[in-house]
Design a protein around this ligand. Structure first.
Ligand SMILES: [Zn+2]
Length: 77
């Protein structure tokens, strides 16, 4: 039955139709990481992982997917 299912772009789990490209779990993770990085821009991935309880792998993928958009502005050394 034409139910539109796509895969979460972060964990690649199938998810039901939603206006988001990530499943609710990953949206939550993404929001947490984004908020933490927003407050602590110089923090390392390891520290993000410890503070947010998100596995390193997931954070790396998350950063690859989008968080680095922001850091472009910070590359003025
Ligand atoms: Zn997901």
């Amino acid at each position: 039955m034409g139910v539109f299912v796509r895969n979460c772009r972060l964990c690649h789990e199938p998810m039901s139709s939603s206006p988001f490209t990530m499943c609710p779990t990953c949206l939550d993770v993404s929001a947490k990481v984004r908020q933490f990085v927003g407050k602590n821009p110089q923090v390392s991935i390891e520290e993000i992982s410890q503070a947010t309880k998100v596995p390193l792998d997931k954070i790396k993928r998350l950063i690859h997917l989008g968080l680095n958009k922001k850091s472009n502005e910070e590359t003025k050394i």
